[in-house]
Design a binder for this molecule. Structure first.
Ligand SMILES: NC(=O)c1ccc[n+]([C@@H]2O[C@H](COP(=O)([O-])OP(=O)(O)OC[C@H]3O[C@@H](n4cnc5c(N)ncnc54)[C@H](OP(=O)(O)O)[C@@H]3O)[C@@H](O)[C@H]2O)c1
Length: 216
């Protein structure tokens, strides 16, 4: 059997995005091992029409890890990479695919201090999810990832096949990652001003949004 036919899967950072991917895997009978900063017995992800409970525990001590995994999803925030890096040494072997579930275009370089860049598989995360006060997650859209079209990506495609989280691959990953980043930048103006999308219909704001989204 080839390694990526039935990969062993770990997930570091079981927050809004990480718990959603974990729930998608669990629903398909491929429950990942969970590693995080805060201990939980399980994870709950709710969405329109249902809820998935992912059995834990969320393990919090890298020193207790005794095995490496074929595929490690990393879904900590960018500011948490350094603190989370001890998990990478504990969970990754020479052939582990490290799929980074983060916004941005610099995933490979941001992890370069901790793992060889060629082992890092960046992704574009398309779905909105948020954590609730009780640490459960509210999934607010259809889970979808885009990955660069590489051999390592096939491990993720295989792991998530037939799950509620769809995966597509592209030969022009960097353009798509930039597009998503610029969409976030435009949306950030709403957060900063406390306004809704209608703000972009004002004639002095529309051009800013269009340039940011590459539509000029
Ligand atoms: N949320 C969205 O809608 C969305 C959409 C697209 C892209 N993204 C991107 O996805 C990434 C993750 O965002 P998120 O919203 O899922 O963040 P989040 O809900 O805050 O999740 C981060 C998770 O990482 C854990 N963590 C923090 N430090 C850690 C450490 N040292 N070791 C292990 N785990 C650690 C956190 O644990 P605690 O429980 O202790 O905090 C939490 O479970 C970000 O880059 C974000 O930009 C998010």
């Amino acid at each position: 059997m080839k390694m990526h036919d039935n990969p062993t899967i770990a997930l570091v950072g079981p927050g809004a995005i990480g718990a959603t991917v974990a729930a998608s895997l669990h629903e398909a009978g491929r429950t990942p091992a969970l590693f995080g900063r805060t201990a939980h017995d399980h994870l709950d992800v709710r969405f329109d029409g249902g809820q998935i409970r992912v059995p834990g525990p969320v393990q919090t001590n890298p020193a207790c890890i005794e095995t490496t995994f074929d595929l490690v999803f990393v879904a900590v925030k960018t500011t948490q990479i350094e603190a989370a890096s001890t998990w990478l040494s504990a969970l990754c072997g020479e052939k582990t695919v490290i799929c980074v579930l983060q916004n941005g275009v610099e995933q490979k370089s941001q992890f370069a201090t901790y793992v060889p860049q060629h082992r890092v598989l960046p992704s574009v995360v398309w779905f909105p999810a948020q954590r609730e006060a009780d640490a459960s997650v509210w999934l607010r859209g259809k889970p979808r990832l885009t990955l660069p079209d590489t051999r390592a990506a096939q491990t993720v495609v295989t792991a998530l096949r037939g799950t509620r989280c769809s995966v597509d691959v592209t030969e022009d990953f960097i353009s798509i990652a930039w597009r998503k980043l610029l969409q976030n930048a435009v949306a950030g103006l709403m957060v900063l001003t406390g306004r809704r999308a209608g703000m972009y219909s004002r004639s002095d704001r529309t051009p800013v949004a269009r340039v940011s989204k590459g539509m000029h």
